[in-house]
Ligand binder design. Structure first.
Ligand SMILES: Cc1cc2nc3c(=O)[nH]c(=O)nc-3n(C[C@H](O)[C@H](O)[C@H](O)COP(=O)(O)O)c2cc1C
Length: 433
């Protein structure tokens, strides 16, 4: 049996869960066998793999492709799978049985149906009868289903998002979580539409349209189905920055402020989860990391998050949820007078010169290369007066901690761009972030 931590319990839009770690709607939550093993491993909840109409969807072979790092670690993951390919009846029976056996865990049922009210009116009472805790509307699947007028085809039109959400609120008493597609210019619009349709929460992100690579011998993208391919949905580590930004956009939008958010996208460990929570997420969902490493990753997630919270003095998730939101602002409110410059620790420097090359070739010529005439030894030093504090040298340095960015005492007061005399359109407005 898995360990539980009293400081991790959450109540997400009325759905109680012993910890904020849920498995996202995907193969890990496709059947009772998986979900039971996930609960045994300690996951706080699951969003059951998306249910749809009967007869169920039919999948192709093959289905996945990936982008790898140097040591073949998977950085990005791409899939062309559809929603569940198991019958509605089997899924509903399994959900009922698992919920009965695991009453303390959250089970949310993901749904995707055509944009006609009767489909939703028909399925919602069946889902409610399983004892599930909530529903998630899959308005995000970017491949296959949009061609049939569902998934991202709905999520990309705020009016449809609001309309279907309102149908679900009308035909069900369960909390409605609207899962958003990132394949849209401004994530705030569908989030606002979800809220005005009565959504209890939003979850994001679903996968991003992608082609990961081309087989240059066969001249076809991966994954290959016979001799052809199609775009898929990108997820895993690589998408976390996109997801974090979209979560922040919704968390700080005055029109959706306070709307519960379930954070999804590239979460691998407790720190990733803490970042989503700091930007306002009330719980998080994980797919790719579990698919690559198995269900037991949740042990490190729970243990790490709980311990970190203790060191920070946070007794509950709610105590630090959203703490980074007020510090996430528009560019125009950043302090023009803040200055930081790089410092190279000579004791740690291995003399590779990467910082010099990067700064010399592409940036500010602020890292000098000094050659000892007697020994030929090269050393590197920052020219303080030329350094703009861009972080590039620190990013290129292979030795962690060797180059640090040091904030300078400028003696100047905070001044943002709206107040800056160099701004030809300075508004001279009071600062407000
Ligand atoms: C193979 C696969 C199948 C997926 N199927 C669904 C699905 O049926 N419904 C859904 O809402 N999202 C589906 N997703 C998207 C995930 O739930 C999640 O939003 C996305 O993968 C981002 O999270 P991650 O970076 O932790 O993987 C699927 C993802 C993958 C990789």
């Amino acid at each position: 049996m898995s360990t539980e931590y009293s400081n991790l319990a959450v109540d997400f839009c009325g759905i109680k869960s012993p910890n904020p770690f849920w498995l996202a709607s995907a193969p890990p939550t496709d059947k009772a066998y998986n979900v039971i093993r996930a609960f045994e491993a300690g996951w706080g909840g699951v969003v059951w793999k998306t249910l749809g109409e009967d007869p169920p969807a039919v999948n192709v072979s093959s289905r996945y492709s990936a982008i790898y790092g140097k040591n073949r670690e998977v950085i990005g993951f791409n899939n062309i799978e559809l929603i569940t390919d198991r019958s509605l009846d089997i899924n509903l029976r399994e959900i009922t049985a698992v919920k009965e056996a695991w009453p303390d865990r959250a089970i949310v049922v993901s749904l995707m149906l055509p944009c006609e009210e009767h489909y939703w009116a028909d399925i919602l009472p069946k889902v409610e009868a399983t004892g599930a805790d909530g529903i998630e509307l899959n308005f995000g699947c970017p491949h296959g289903m949009p061609e049939r007028g569902m998934g991202a085809a709905v999520g990309q039109v705020p009016e449809y998002v609001g309309m279907v959400t309102a149908w679900c609120k009308k035909h069900s008493r369960l909390p409605v979580i609207v899962k958003l597609t990132p394949n849209i210019t401004d994530i705030r619009h569908p989030a606002r539409a979800a809220k005005s349709g009565g959504a209890d929460a939003v979850s994001l992100i679903n996968t991003i349209n992608s082609i990961t690579s081309i087989d240059l011998e066969r001249m076809v993208a991966l994954p290959t189905v016979g001799s052809a391919s199609t775009h898929g949905g990108y997820c895993g580590t690589a998408v976390k920055p996109i997801a974090l930004n979209m979560v922040a956009e919704i968390a700080r939008d005055p029109e959706t402020r306070g709307l519960p958010i379930s954070g999804i996208g590239g979460i691998n460990n407790w720190r990733d989860a803490a970042e989503f929570i700091a930007l306002g997420a009330g719980c998080v969902q994980v797919c790719t990391a579990a698919m690559l490493h198995g269900f037991r990753i949740v042990e490190e997630m729970k243990d790490g998050l709980s311990r970190w919270m203790e060191t920070q003095g946070y007794r509950t998730i709610e105590e630090f949820r959203g703490r980074a939101v007020p510090n996430t602002t528009d560019w125009k409110y950043l302090d023009m007078n803040f200055k930081t410059i790089a410092h190279i620790s000579q004791a740690d420097c291995i003399g590779c010169g990467k910082c010099h090359v990067a700064c010399e070739d592409t940036s500010h010529q602020a890292v000098a290369r000094l050659v000892d005439e007697a020994t030929g030894k090269r050393t590197y030093e920052v020219i303080d007066s030329e350094c703009v504090g861009c972080n590039l040298c620190e990013i290129t340095c292979p030795v962690q901690g060797c180059i640090t960015m040091v904030p300078q005492q400028t003696g100047k007061a905070y001044m943002n761009w709206t107040q800056d005399p160099r701004n030809p359109r300075a508004e001279q407005v009071p600062t407000a972030a």
